[in-house]
Design a protein around this ligand. Structure first.
Ligand SMILES: Nc1ncnc2c1ncn2[C@@H]1O[C@H](COP(=O)(O)OP(=O)(O)O)[C@@H](O)[C@H]1O
Ligand SMILES: C[C@@](O)(CCOP(=O)(O)OP(=O)(O)O)CC(=O)O
Length: 431
């Protein structure tokens, strides 16, 4: 059994589409799980059945003729593009010769989706709860943690494990293979090539990320040839960057779901249109915003070092942060203020509602509270969510002081680990 984390895209939205710039993505404690079972017997065809029992009609089964895997169809006539593309890409890559009967079962932690019209089920140990929805997956509202990336990464891993002896998800070569396959499958399912930050975070965990050249994936999707896919997955330098980075001790991420939503593709096309129309001005904005993004990463790293070299002094400054004295953290505070200033400029000048007024009000209020280092609209922005960096000791007060507002704090925190193996015994009640 394997699991992959959800993400909070804290800094670098839009800029990350261009490989000149890097982004900071935090991996979350809310995870997606995939359990693989291979039957002892196999039939005339290879069969892959993917079950997602938390959703109505959550079962997609594929009969695969190994001599013509490109003709694979779902046996009930159901569509799940992310499941289908992951299977297609994996079989194109592996070209197995022997039939197998595989069942994969998917679970996702509660915070990925709205809990409306759903029933919780808790394991006998009381340690794990999953919500069971009365609607099919495509009708259930998402909270923006990157469910499709989580699904594709853990499904890719679970399937690969069925075809490898001594599969070790911690092995660097295996990890890169999972990442590369998942990026190709995710792009194929979406019908477009995004920056891939969500797939990278689901694989590698909390990272500073630089994207790959979209042409790499485009070429393989156009050719559809096994040799090209193997070459891309195992023998090509994607020139991406995924450097580990995480929050310093005692600083927590709070992710707030906002009632309302935004369409990322519409925001992206508005911003890119503006960038084309105003190349000089947008370069200026991109450059400033990037320097604040990178200052945020550096200041978090510095705090990490400081917490190790002077743990007692660090503890004292955390304590005074809870009481409202933010001076020990001024670099983080000013970087976030700078990021917001330039996100606001992008909003006003491009016309894309990245940090709309309602979010500005909420973030300004949150930033005025004791213990809050700052907050941003994550990813593409809009009306979906906010995220805050807060001293752990101040969280109860922040929750109390925001309870009259239209924000619901999700029950999650940073968990920097990417894809990993899970102990199946914790999930036995759900299988
Ligand atoms: N738990 C799950 N089980 C099965 N499919 C899932 C699951 N979570 C996500 N998916 C697939 O991913 C799609 C959502 O992807 P997308 O719209 O890109 O949202 P997100 O921004 O959360 O990645 C779903 O419609 C479904 O095809
Ligand atoms: C604009 C972007 O840089 C970031 C979008 O981040 P979000 O986290 O808002 O994305 P969705 O979960 O797909 O809505 C586009 C990209 O990087 O692909």
């Amino acid at each position: 059994m394997f699991s992959a984390p959800g993400k909070a895209f804290v800094a670098g939205g839009y800029l990350v589409l261009d490989p000149q710039y890097k982004a900071f993505v935090i991996a979350l404690s809310s995870r997606m799980y995939a359990h693989a079972h291979v039957d002892k017997e196999a039939g005339e065809y290879t069969e892959v059945c993917v079950k997602s029992p938390q959703f109505a009609e959550g079962e997609w089964c594929y009969k695969i003729d190994l001599s013509r895997p490109d003709l694979t169809q779902e046996t009930h006539g159901r569509h799940n593009p992310f499941v289908k593309s992951t299977i297609d890409i994996l079989f194109l890559y592996l070209t197995p010769e022997q039939n197998k009967r595989i069942t994969i079962t998917i679970f996702s932690d509660p915070e990925y989706h709205s809990q409306k019209d759903s029933i919780p089920k808790t394991s006998k140990t009381g340690l794990k709860t999953f919500y069971y929805h009365s609607q099919p997956i495509y009708k259930v509202a998402k909270t923006g943690l990157g469910s499709s990336a989580g699904l594709v990464v853990c499904l890719t891993t679970a399937l690969l494990s069925c075809f490898s002896d001594n599969f070790d998800v911690k092995n660097e070569i295996t990890l890169t293979r999972i990442h590369n396959l998942a990026q190709v499958a995710h792009c194929h399912a979406q019908g477009k090539i995004g920056s891939g930050f969500d797939v990278a975070a689901a694989t590698f965990g909390s990272i500073v990320y630089r994207r790959f050249d979209p042409q790499l994936v485009n070429r393989v999707l156009e050719s559809g040839r096994n040799e090209d896919l193997v070459q891309l997955v195992d023998n090509t330098d994607w020139k991406i960057q995924h450097t580990k980075c995480c929050l310093p001790p005692g600083i927590k991420l709070l992710m707030g779901d906002i009632v309302g939503g935004s369409e990322t593709p519409k925001l992206v096309s508005k911003v890119l249109e503006w960038r084309k129309k105003e190349p000089e001005r947008s370069l200026e904005v991109w450059t400033q915003l990037n320097s604040y993004n990178m200052r945020l990463v550096e200041s978090l790293e510095k705090l990490q070092d400081f917490s190790k070299s002077q743990p007692e002094t660090y503890k004292l400054s955390l304590r005074s942060l809870v009481e409202g004295n933010k001076s020990g953290f001024s670099d983080v505070v000013s970087s976030i203020q700078g990021i917001r200033q330039y996100m606001k400029i992008m909003t006003l000048e491009s016309g894309a509602e990245i940090e709309p007024y309602q979010q500005t009000e909420l973030l300004d209020y949150c930033m005025s509270l004791n213990g809050v280092l700052g907050g941003v609209v994550p990813g593409a922005g809009g009306y979906d969510a906010v995220c805050l960096l807060v001293a752990q000791g101040a969280i109860p007060e922040v929750v109390e002081r925001t309870k009259h507002l239209s924000v619901t704090w999700l029950n999650l925190h940073e968990q920097e680990t990417g894809i990993c193996e899970e102990d199946v015994s914790s999930f036995i009640d759900f299988l």
